[in-house]
Design a protein around this ligand. Sequence first.
Ligand code: PLP
Length: 477
Amino acid sequence: MKLLFEISKDGHGCDLLPALDVPKVSLPEHVQRGIPLPLPQLSEIELSRHYTCLMKRTFGVNSGFYPLGSCTMKYNPRINEEMAALPGFRDIHPLQPEHTVQGCMEVFSETEKALCEITGMDAVSFQPAAGAHGELLGVLMIKAWHEARGDTKRTKILIPDAAHGTNPASAVMAGFTVVNIPSDSQGCVDVEKLREVAGDDTAGLMLTNPNTLGLFDKNIVEITKIVHDAGGLNYYDGANLNPVMGIVRPGDMGFDVVHLNIHKTFSAPHGGGGPGSGPVGCKAILRDYLPVYQVVEKDGRYRFSNPSKTIGSVKAFYGHFPVVVRALTYIRTLGAEGIRRAAAHAVLNANYMREKLSEHCDIATKGLCMHEFVITLQKVKEQTGVTALDVAKALLDNGIHPPTMYFPLIVPEALMIEPTETESKDTMDRAIEVFKKIYDEIRTHPERLHEMPLTTPVRRPDEVGAARNPRLRYLGN
Ligand SMILES: *Cc1c(COP(=O)(O)O)cnc(C)c1O
């Protein structure tokens, strides 16, 4: 496909600016550009076709089934977009005086109240741009809390081996050493191992529940208590809140600080790079450490305030406000009962697919799952040479976005499937048929699987090459 610059032709440009109706003023010579700005010249229809063509080459939630485990690719209701585009929300500037953006500040305040109710926390910051960013903020707050008490020997963060890779990365970025907690044979935290390592050098624990195997850790209250008894704090990675929202709260499980992924659980669009939002909620003991620009209300007026021991800023201004508008719209549309039902349906859908697929595939864990489950192709690979990657590529030929691959790391040849609550039984039945067809093909013509996908614009990119030797400058085809 050609770039706009390559299809540009002199004279094709369309002038969309109205005629000048004010006196012409020239910039001083020294700030004028020497050569004209090299903008592509295209007619409106050429431009429109270019973007339509690009759009057809991408795959999103609106193109088809997108069971990307741990990413909660649920449908993004259009009403969220309508609300975020209201002129009073859209046409604002972060430096506007507070009295001119009272409605926007009310959005922050109302969303904070809702998220506190859902998580069992006491305050929320909306600054972080995504989940991983929220993790960094959360562990920095834990660090500041220990330091304020003069407790500087707490240098370790405990993280289960099933954790998302961002957890250890955030802990290390905040200056901590990571201690890996192994999983037990059921795939949950090995409580005895945790007890062995928790001690006076423990700053805290980072954990997601349900975990990345889609299992709810029934020992969670005991786990968080072990860490508290050792003098540490508990961080809840809320990226997996979708199956438990409205049902259980991290605050009641013993967590002190949590991030949420609005772009996952609360239906803001994601994929393709954002913008996301990873608000961080905390219990009252950590409230004074939150970033600057906390919204406070007094007598119906809102103002920004900086917490007394704030760790500062992790992002300019107030975070991604339009994403917060989407979250509030979603929460208000569903209401308390709707949120609980969305969670229940996420669990129902995952278990429906897990049960049906277990006739064809090896499921990595036994029994019921929460919102997602993991298939392993270890045996298939040994017997036929077909890998998880091959199956992911074969799904592409069938109009399905591949599941998350090779994650969690503790399952070999993993494919992690999360249907979400917004998919119908028909969609899931079609996907189950596709899996069956692929597994039949593995038995009869395993070699064909290495050739797939056959229908996509790009077939098998060199992923390692792209990561190690990225070509960041476009040099033409
Ligand atoms: C997605 C995810 C994250 C990271 O969130 P981002 O918004 O992508 O930065 C962290 N933990 C878990 C379990 C996740 O699924």
